[in-house]
Design a protein around this ligand. Sequence first.
Ligand code: 3PG
Length: 303
Amino acid sequence: MAKILVSDGIEKSAAEELKKMGHVIVDKSCTPDELLRQVQAVDAMIVRSATKVTREVIDSALKSKRLKLIIRGGVGVDNIDVSYAEANGISVTNTPNASSLAVAELAIGHMFALARYIYISNVSMRDGKWDKKKYEGIELSGKTLGLIGFGRIARETGKMAKAIGMKVIYNSRSGRKDGCEEFEYVPMEELLANSDFISLHIPYDKEQGTLIGQKEFEKMKDGVFLVNCARGGVVDEEALLSALNFGKVAAAALDVYEQEPTKNERLCMHDKVCLTPHIGASTIEAQERIGKEIVEIIKSRLN
Ligand code: 3PG
C-alpha cells in the first residue's frame, strides 16, 4: 500500500476512502524545507495550488526514488514543474472536469457584483452610508461577454451568460472550436474592442507571460468590466491599476493574483476592484467531485 502526502488538504470522505483502501495518508501542510524532506518518504503526493512542486522538490524526491505520482486536485498545474517531473519518471495528473461549474458560477457572480456595485455598496453600508443614488448599475442582459480562452470553464461560463441574455463571443489561442456554434469565435482585437465584459479562462504560461497588459487595455472599449478567475500573472496588475484609474476599465473582479496571498494593497483597497481569495474551485460540490476523481486515480495507478 502507498504512503501519500496531502499537502493542501483533501475532501474528508476521499481521505477516508483512501485510508480504507489501506493507504497511509500524511495530511500536512509543509514549509518549503519540510516539503523537501517529506517527498523523499512518500509514493504519491496530492496538492492544490498552494504547494509549489519545483525542480528542487523533485530533485529531493529523486534522492529516494520513491515518489511516483503527483496529483493536482484541481485544474491548473502551473505550481508543478510538470516536464521536469515527467522527464524523471514521476507522472503528474490533474482533475480537469470537476470544478468547471464552480469557477464558472464565481465568474458570473463577480460580473453581477460589478454590474450592480454589490461588492462596494456592502462595504459602504457597513460604514453607515446609504448611497442609493451612487449605486445605479447596469443589467448583464443584452451586454456582450468576451471569453478569452475556451476550455471547459469558459464554456460553462458562456452557457450561464447566454441564459442571462448576454451575447457571448470568444477567442482561444488554439483558434475556432468545432461544435461550438452557439458562441461566436472572433479575433482577439475584435473581442477586446467589442466586449462589455471580458472574462479570462486561460492558464498561466511562463513562456508567454502576461496576456493582458497596457496594449490590450488600450484596445478595450471604454468602461469595460474585467473578470479574472483564471490565473494571476495573466493580467499585468500595474497596467490594470492604471486602466482603472483612467476609467478605461469601469471595474475589475479578481480571484487570482500575481502573488498569492496577494500583498498588492493598491489593488486590494481600490474601490473599483471586487476581490475573492482564489476560491474558484472552493465549493462543497466541486471538492467532493475532485475527491472522488483523486480516489479513482489512486485506484488505477497505485493499487
Ligand atoms: C484550479 O486550478 O483548479 C483552481 O485555480 C483552484 O485552485 P485551488 O485548488 O488551489 O483552490
